[in-house]
Ligand binder design. Structure first.
Ligand code: PLP
Length: 412
């Protein structure tokens, strides 16, 4: 056996154990798309999806993708440098106008948009200043930039959402310029950035700028769903925003928003943009159709999401569930013990409701939880069913009440 196989076997130990005990929760194969699907032939309502406005399966969205397949097929055979279509260009122009920025660039994924933007903009005169709960795309962009030979930026972290910690870290940095990386909504905890307070600290520092990943705020924050900038009236105060098509916009793809020169610079520098194939046109067409809907009915769609989210929050808090830091439609059900999260997940799934467990090392020990996202696409009946089942299994596995589970009997 090579060291590669040795390493893989050793690294898979925990996973194999969970699979043997039949509590391995990931990579369950859906047999159709959407929030209502089947797994192994059994109907399942998915509460771990990021399809926040429930538009991914809208007939008009599907139709637009089908028409685009007929005209452009799926692949374009190269990167955007030599595989840009009128559909890409039109969508970029419309997105820039809708979000209220001068220019937009569409990447193939949101992950690539963030990695490429950080790598293009940060250099050895820059300190990258990260919230301690930053998404993997921010961490990876930061580590990739820092590894650039002879031109790597400094890296510093501040305590999650703490303006005081941000101020302290900015004061201690060793490089002249600072790029502060924030998220509109933090996806594991469902809490919004304390954006006013953090911006105040950033704006007091002449050489600091904020870059915001608003992947989870797009379509959910602000009356029309334009995100954290719209919600708090921050136009002109955040120069660069990154978002994605993989949540509200029904597909996959990254969005970079900024002034014309910054976006053009990143367009010609970002390796994750230049060296990866362009976004398939059927996906562009889906996003473009959802943008039509946001332009025409954004306020109603977002209001419906908020109604459903308030309904679920009330159901869960009435039962006594701990929703951690959440103040949005993303409501982690805190189990605070791995087995409680796994057992509750398995029982819920058997009963037709999927909430994926998030366990160590994705979160700290003691912060294990079920991922619960309410979307506009869930019906009140879906929500009632989920709350009722959570009540039953939350009691059975002591998620409610907080007692420890009995230790498992020792193996024979
Ligand atoms: C905060 C945040 N940023 C970026 C991404 C990446 O987006 P994409 O799925 O388009 O790569 C995600 C997706 O999980 C995310 O949650």
């Amino acid at each position: 056996m090579s060291w590669i196989q040795d390493k893989s076997r050793a690294g898979l130990e925990r996973i194999r154990e969970a699979q043997e005990k039949q509590v391995y929760p990931y990579f369950r194969a859906f047999e159709s798309g959407g929030l209502h699907t089947t797994i192994d032939g059994k109907p399942v309502v998915n509460f771990s999806s990021n399809d926040y406005l429930g538009l991914t399966t809208h007939p008009k969205v599907k139709e637009a993708s089908i028409e685009a397949v007929k005209k452009f097929s799926c692949g374009l055979g190269s990167s955007r440098v030599q595989a840009t279509t009128t559909a890409h260009v039109e969508l970029e122009e419309r997105l820039a106008a809708w979000f209220g920025f001068e220019k937009c660039l569409v990447f193939t994924t949101g992950y690539q948009a963030m990695v490429g933007t950080i790598m293009a903009l940060a250099d050895r005169d820059t300190t990258l200043v990260l919230d301690s709960l930053s998404h993997a795309c921010i961490l990876d962009g930061t580590f990739a930039a820092a590894g650039t030979p002879r031109n790597g930026p400094e890296i510093r972290f501040f305590n999650h959402n703490s303006p005081r910690a941000l101020k302290r870290v900015l004061g201690k940095r060793e490089r002249e310029k600072a790029m502060i990386l924030l998220e509109g909504i933090y996806s594991l905890d469902g809490d919004e950035a304390r954006i006013h307070d953090l911006l105040e600290v950033a704006e007091a520092d002449e050489k600091a700028v904020v870059v915001c990943d608003d992947a989870h705020g797009t379509g959910t924050l602000g009356k029309g769903g334009r995100g954290i900038i719209e919600k708090y009236g921050l136009e002109g105060r955040i120069p660069v925003v990154i978002s994605t098509f993989s949540k509200t916009f029904g597909g996959i793809g990254g969005i970079l928003l900024g002034d014309a020169e910054t976006v053009d610079f990143v367009k010609h520098q970002a390796r994750s943009f230049l060296f990866s194939a362009s976004l398939p046109v059927p996906v562009v067409a889906a996003a473009s159709t959802i943008l039509d809907m946001l332009e025409d009915h954004g306020e109603e769609l977002v209001a419906e999401l908020h109604d459903k989210s308030a309904y679920m929050r009330k159901g869960l808090t009435d039962l006594g569930f701990d929703l951690g830091l959440s103040d949005t439609h993303i409501m982690p059900v805190m189990c605070r013990e791995e087995r409680k999260a796994l057992f509750t997940h398995v029982a819920m799934l058997e009963s037709g409701v999927m909430m994926v467990p998030i366990t160590y090392p994705a979160v700290k020990r003691g912060e294990e939880r079920l991922r619960l996202n309410v979307t506009r696409g869930h019906s009140k009946e879906d929500i009632d069913q989920a709350v009722e089942l959570l009540g039953v299994y939350g009691n059975a596995f002591f998620v409610l009440g907080g007692e420890e589970l009995e230790p498992l009997p020792a193996a024979e």
